[in-house]
Design a protein around this ligand. Structure first.
Ligand code: UT7
Length: 328
């Protein structure tokens, strides 16, 4: 049975760059603190007239060109995001419209926070395996700047905007494609990383806006501890199932939340930092978009060759987490 394989990658980062020095003028922070504690130096911020679908559409064109896919070829659209254009219709439907994809194909969003792209890849793999789709446009995209509390130094220094797109097709050869994966969630820990208002629990009101309840609320230390443990465990599970040793991982593509989480995950799993995508300094935490953006950067730098073991690993709100290994 054919497994999912990535035939093309693309990314788009909004033009505006917000540096740590810019943030020093906005809240009581310093470039030194942010760099040392997070590894982030700058992040991209969407323009006022850009929505998530606009970012995805811009990232889709280079991904489709690399895959040799035209709009008529795409037979499913999956957008992983926690900052959709609207609560409904899905951002995937706006992307379908904007790219002129065929009417009638399925299009839907996945909400799994920073694990979104990983979840999307596993869903795309299921579609490919069952013959439900042959050319999936799978994106991770966020405009986190719209749900950031710009007066809270604990969170506002962390997040950024951007989109990464992959074109997922059946693997061209049985030795290539997705080899192993795991995905998990634990809703008992949902309150530790949450956007409290804006849904049916706390609909928008003057009070929720005044209380900044539409922004990201995070218990940073708790999230940090769980992230390190869960990312290392997920990577180890998938490597064992795929019978690939850490030394044989050619490219490690973890979610970019904090350089210290990445270093700790590499140390625990035995994957060298030199083979790990480290884009956090330039993009910050872009939730579901960090993995496909980092993948596209490495792919375009020529860091991945046919047959290479590429390991994806993610952790995020929910909590959600998981990993996947693909033979390129
Ligand atoms: O994407 C998946 C979900 N997100 C994550 O995985 C993020 C996980 N968490 C983290 O990355 C880290 O916990 C943070 C980067 C959010 C915070 O780093 P930390 O080393 O855990 O710092 P802390 O929260 O323990 O704060 C240490 C100190 C505090 O001051 P006091 O109480 O020691 O006087 C904070 O008030 O640093 C202070 N602080 C800051 N100082 C300057 C917090 N934010 C800032 C800031 N600038 N931006």
């Amino acid at each position: 049975m054919a497994r999912a394989w990535i035939a093309g990658t693309g990314a788009y980062l909004p033009a505006k760059v917000l540096t740590n020095f810019d943030l020093e003028k906005m809240v009581d922070t310093s470039d030194e603190w942010i760099t040392q504690r997070t590894g982030i130096r700058e992040r991209h911020i969407a323009a006022d007239d850009e929505a998530v679908s606009d970012l995805v559409i811009k990232a889709s064109r280079p991904a489709m060109a690399m895959a040799g896919a035209v709009p008529q070829d795409i037979d499913a659209v999956i957008i992983c995001t926690i900052t959709p254009d609207n609560n409904f219709p899905s951002t995937a439907c706006w992307v379908q419209k904007g790219l002129g994809l065929r009417a009638g194909i399925p299009a839907f969003d996945i909400s799994a926070a920073c694990s979104g792209f990983l979840y999307g890849l596993i869903v795309a793999d299921s579609l490919i395996q069952t013959g439900g789709a042959k050319c999936v446009l799978l994106a991770g995209a966020e405009i986190l700047s719209r749900i950031t509390n710009w007066t809270d130094r604990n969170t506002c220094v962390l997040f950024g905007d951007g989109a990464g797109v992959t074109i997922v097709t059946p693997s061209p050869d049985p030795r290539r494609g997705l080899v192993a994966s795991c995905w998990h969630a634990d809703g008992n820990l949902g309150d530790l990383l949450v956007q409290p208002a804006g849904g049916s629990r706390l609909p928008a009101s003057a009070e929720t806006v005044a209380g900044r309840l539409h922004t990201i609320h995070m218990s940073g230390n708790e999230v940090f501890k769980h992230a390190v443990r869960a990312m290392a465990q997920a990577a180890e599970t998938v490597l064992a199932e795929a019978q690939v040793s850490p030394a044989d991982v050619k490219l490690f593509v973890p979610h970019q939340a904090n350089i210290r989480i990445l270093e700790a995950t590499c140390q625990r799993t035995g994957i060298p930092l030199e083979r790990t995508v480290l884009a956090i300094d330039r993009i910050g935490n872009v939730s579901a978009a960090t993995i496909p953006i980092g993948l596209d950067m490495s792919n375009r730098e020529g860091k991945i060759s046919t047959g290479d073991a590429v390991l994806f690993d993610a952790f995020g709100g929910g909590f959600t987490w998981g990993a996947a290994l693909m033979r390129w």
